[in-house]
Each structure stands twice: as C-alpha cells, then as structure tokens.
Design a protein around this ligand. Structure first.
Ligand code: VAH
Length: 316
C-alpha cells in the first residue's frame, strides 16, 4: 500500500485522489493531523497522524503493510517565519522518521517534496540552474535545503530509494493553500470572481516560478514511476512550468473579467519572494525522466476561473 502523510494539505489532497484513481482507493492510506476534504475522507482509508510521531507512523506502516510513503506534511515559508523552531521540528523530524524507516527496510520507496525556496538572494535568478549557489534566507528554505542533503545521503549511504522535486508555487482550486508566499496567485482568483478586485501582498513585478496543480501531480507520479536508474539526481530536481508577476497574472485575468482591478500592498512576504528565483531551468528533469508540463499561463487562468467559479456557486 501507499501512505500519504499530510494528505489534507494543498498538494496532498489532490495527490491522494490521483493515487487512489491509479492504484485503487483501498490501496492508498491518507493521513494528516486533522481530517480533510469530504471527497478525500470518503474515498479511502484515513488515519489521524502527527508526522513527528515516529512510533505511531511505524504502527500505521506495519498495520497497512505500506511500501511507499509520500511525505507532504510541512510548514510553508510564510508560516515558518513566525514559528522557526516548530517549523524545523515538523519539516525535519518527519523526514528523519521516514528515511530511517526506509533504511530499516520498512518502506521501499519515498517521495519528499523540496521547493524553489532552497534558493536564496545570491542564487542566479533567471533560469536558475539545477546545481548552483544555494543560500536560502527562510526557515522553510533552510529546512528544504537540509532535507535535500539528507535524502541524497540516505540514498548514497543506505540505498534508500527517495525521490524529490523542487516544486515552484502551486496553483489549484480544490484545497486552499496554507501559509505560502505564492498563495496570492490562488487568492486572486477568488477575489476577482467575488469582488472584481484584489490587493496583492506581493509587488507588481515580483516574478516567481509557478505551476498548475495537475502538472505538479503529474510530475510527482512520473518521477515515482520512473525506473530507479533514470532518477540520477537524489537531492531534488528543479521543476518549472510558468513564470509570471502579479501584474502579468492580473492582465491575463482581465481578458476574462474586464473590470478586474488589482492593487499592491507588499508585506513581509515580498522580501521572501525577492529572495527566490524568477524562473527555473528544469532540463535535468526533462532529460532524466521525461518531464513535460501541459499548463501555460492562459490555460491555467481559464482552468482556475472555471474551477473557482464552480466552487463559489456550489458554496453559495
Ligand atoms: C510557499 N507554496 O510559498 C510554497 C512554495 C515555492 C513556494 O514552497 O512557501
């Protein structure tokens, strides 16, 4: 069976539903610190699990005969700045528990998400290379950079088959994100449809690498299904799809909502965004395991407006 830790989060929710579609509902166990979306809770096994509770994690893995683990639980960039030690504990202890269980032969394969947050203000910003200067200035980024080093160490030293992707900002409508710097690119759709106006917490020219959820899920499934010998990088792969600024995103939304108005009131998250790349070179992922995104800016905006629009109607 497969276990997803952090299954009720923004990526976890849709990853769980996709993996249940592929492997069968009963073969994918969802777990999180609290219950989640109805569709997720009703479609297969669920366990309340604190990702830092090693003995409970081990008990669940043994009880369900879990062979693959997707560790999606983490405290994201903005929230982590408000609780550095809690963020470090959650992001790192959970990873050590999973890597050690894999080292002990309890798990055969691990997915662990990294982030473009591993890059910092001294990293080349445009088409950031796979291997380059990494001096992250956020707690979240430091935890992801350290996590990458440990994933590669457990692969090299103990043969643990752990695979990782540096997600850019992920855009989706089924589950709201929790505490990210890129969340403006989701909030903007809800506000545009409700009020035809949005005040962005990032400045007009804050360019960031982004990706529509379906592409992020596709990359996650693809890297986990790739033959082990094709996964040459065992720290984490750069991944890219779209790069845009709040201004460019607003212009695209205006093609659908012509009276849409955007304002800019940058807050502390502007400094986080400025420390990150504006675009990513993902040629290694394309070459090694065939990465190829489907959603460009136009298609993402159309899909988000339709999806958020339907959600607002359902909840009206
Ligand atoms: C965040 N959405 O904003 C996450 C992601 C690259 C951004 O890591 O913290």
């Amino acid at each position: 069976r497969i276990l997803i830790i952090g299954a009720c989060g923004q990526i976890g929710t849709e990853l769980t539903l996709k993996l249940r579609e592929i492997h069968g509902d009963q073969n994918v166990v969802a777990s999180d610190i609290r219950e989640g979306a109805k569709e997720l809770m009703q479609s297969g096994p669920f366990e309340i699990l604190n990702a830092t509770d090693e003995s409970h994690l081990k008990e669940i893995i043994e009880r369900y005969e879990v062979k693959e683990v997707y560790l999606m639980a983490a405290m994201l960039s903005a929230t982590a700045e408000k609780a550095p030690m809690k963020a470090w504990e959650l992001n790192m202890d959970s990873l050590f528990h999973v890597l050690n269980l894999a080292k002990d032969g309890k798990i055969d394969k691990v997915f662990w998400p990294s982030s473009i947050a591993v890059f910092g203000p001294t990293t080349p910003k445009d088409k950031t290379p796979q291997t380059t200067i990494m001096e992250p200035t956020t707690v979240y980024g430091i935890s992801k950079q350290t996590g990458e080093r440990w994933c590669e160490y457990f692969y090299n030293k103990f043969g643990v088959d752990v695979r990782s992707i540096r997600y850019p900002g992920i855009i989706s409508y089924k589950t709201l994100p929790g505490g990210g710097t890129t969340d403006y690119a989701i909030e903007i759709f809800h506000e545009a449809l409700k009020n035809s106006e949005y005040t962005s917490f990032l400045d007009h020219d804050a360019a960031l690498p982004m990706m529509y959820m379906d592409d992020a899920i596709k990359a996650t499934v693809d890297i986990m299904e790739a033959p082990a010998e094709k996964v040459k990088i065992r720290s984490s792969y750069n991944l890219a799809a779209i790069s845009f600024t709040p201004e460019i995103l607003a212009e695209e939304i205006k093609k659908h909502i012509d009276n849409f108005k955007i304002n800019y009131e940058p807050d502390f998250r502007q400094q986080i965004a400025e420390s990150w790349p504006s675009s990513i070179d993902d040629s290694s992922a394309r070459e090694d395991w065939g990465w190829d995104p489907e959603f460009d800016l136009e298609k993402m905006v159309e899909t988000m407006l339709e999806g958020v629009g339907n959600t607002l109607k359902e909840n009206a």
